[in-house]
Ligand binder design. Sequence first.
Ligand code: SAH
Length: 208
Amino acid sequence: MGISAAQRALYGHLQQVIPDHRVLQAFLQVKREQFVPRQFRGDAYEDHPLPIGHGQTISQPTTALLMTSFLQVREGQKILEIGTGSGYQAAILAEIIGPKGKIITVEFDKTLVTFARKNLQHYKQVQVIHGDGSLGYPKEAPYDRIIVTAACPTIPDHLLKQLKHDGILLAPVGDLAVQTMTRMKKGQEPESLGQFVFVPLQGKYGFS
Ligand code: SAH
């Protein structure tokens, strides 16, 4: 596998903060430069978010990998992602679930749906849906895991219904300035996993 010096340098940093070997492997397997607009390719392995158009961003690498680690992803699982953006997070998840798993990822913005479908074309287990992901995606429920990659104004309790009995839901919850990464399981108290900043969730259960 060809790894650039920039990717290797970022990998060195990620090894200090990501406790999970499988997640670090996925980072090496996905080329982030293929998920950013051409003019930002040189910055793909800087540890910060980058613009992907339409006021949206691809998440910071540390954030995407920490979320993957918090989500406790296993081979063969069925995952719902809300907020496809560039498709980078979905690609990381796809590397871990493998060809027998399935990812449904929902994106609100039509142009980003097209961008993400192109970026994810080699991942046959990933399906990009255009729609309001704040509603979840009941048609394919139940899921082993649900990950929301946009800021939620309230704890999205309604999405718990779309989880399997022992499933895990992860979402940044807060106001527009800062959110608390929140991990939820059916019938349990939510857990707080640190402060993050995401672009706002839109749609019925979003900010607008
Ligand atoms: N996971 C992405 C980053 C997400 S940025 C990546 O790896 O690149 C948040 C995304 O959520 C944006 O693309 C935004 O358009 C989308 N979004 C916002 N509200 C949404 C909604 N209600 N349903 C689906 N997608 C939504």
